[in-house]
Design a protein around this ligand. Sequence first.
Ligand SMILES: C[S@@+](CC[C@H](N)C(=O)[O-])C[C@H]1O[C@@H](n2cnc3c(N)ncnc32)[C@H](O)[C@@H]1O
Ligand code: SF4
Ligand code: SF4
Length: 377
Amino acid sequence: MAQTYALRYLTKAALSAPRDLVNSYLATIKPIHPTVLIFNCTWVCDARCEMCSNWKRGDRKLDMTFEQIERVFRSDFWKKIEIANVSGGEPTTRNDLVEICEVMLDRLPRLRKFGINTTGMTPKRAIPMIEKVAAACQRRGVIFSTRVSIDGVGDMHNLVRNVPHGFDKAYETIQAMREMQSRYSFNYGVSTTIFSMNLRDAENILAWARKERLDIVFNMIRFTEPMLGNTGLEQVQKPAGADEERMRQFFLDRVRMDPLMDGQNYIYMHYADMIANGYHRLAPCPFQSQGIMLNPDGGLFFCENSDAVGNVIETDPGELYFRAASQAHRDEVRDKKCPTCLSPCQMNVAAVKQVVPYVKFLVRATNEKRKSPAAKP
Ligand SMILES: C[S@@+](CC[C@H](N)C(=O)[O-])C[C@H]1O[C@@H](n2cnc3c(N)ncnc32)[C@H](O)[C@@H]1O
Ligand code: SF4
Ligand code: SF4
């Protein structure tokens, strides 16, 4: 890639530095409007994954209707959102996904980057939707990024996701995204969650993605009720003992062997650090002061580990967010949850906004590289 992550990082940091500095300062003295949004638009799903329980709580009747979503995004609370991600559940199970995305694109005046996570498991529905969203983003000059989840090559993926031929279906969606590149300019790739079941397949997935020339990001398994409904799975699916160390090595190898300026390395270092130090978070997180998560039923959360501060169907999101009681809860999350939180959500955004941690990371990642004879320059 001609323009490296570091170059893009420095360009973005330079361009938005004055505003980010003001925002970071303001956030220390008073709550500011959020700049990062995750909208879980449904829990309904077309897979039944072993590491996530959203599929168990999918119920269309509990999802906000399109009219409700449209009304919610009329609030000027969203006026500073720069990065928005639509997730779930499986977003493409909603017939009105394209319309929802258009509402968000229209009602988020500062939006720069829009993303969708998908299983890609229902290609006939998903492909036309992705194409329409890519077109809508292009028309509005918003960067569009989409990732298909791949948790193994072939049968391993089908086993993790409990979907027969799931890998072939996801691959069909990936191929369609590749083919769309001739018409629309957007980022696409795959996303893999590493946990006890597929840990031994991780290198295999990496080799497959390289062969297919697909951008890949690896997530380390985590447990959160508001976002994945999966705290009950911790005992079963979290790698322990030698497996945990193997997972740490996998992430450290990525830092040592992948190009230094790969934006994901910052997150991989965070995972390796957390395993090594007994889950003590060193990394920044934009959700501490400028993130927001909206769930399918209208529940509003500061992040994947906060409580709901209210419901946006009944009350304006700004009113919920700025209430003294809500802000007190945010302080509590910062004190009690952040110190051990694994979440990588938009951590790169935090890096862009916090120069010192990023420079420290570059120094440490360079040192790690020196330890690996197989390192790439
Ligand atoms: C919750 S899914 C929702 C979107 C879509 N259903 C999918 O699977 O891509 C979003 C992302 O979370 C990842 N994920 C699922 N369970 C996870 C877990 N326990 N820890 C970390 N990431 C997880 C998925 O692999 C996927 O990349
Ligand atoms: S990871 Fe995605 S596909 Fe799997 S159950 Fe969770 S929401 Fe559904
Ligand atoms: S609990 Fe985790 S996701 Fe929430 S603000 Fe803290 S670090 Fe970020």
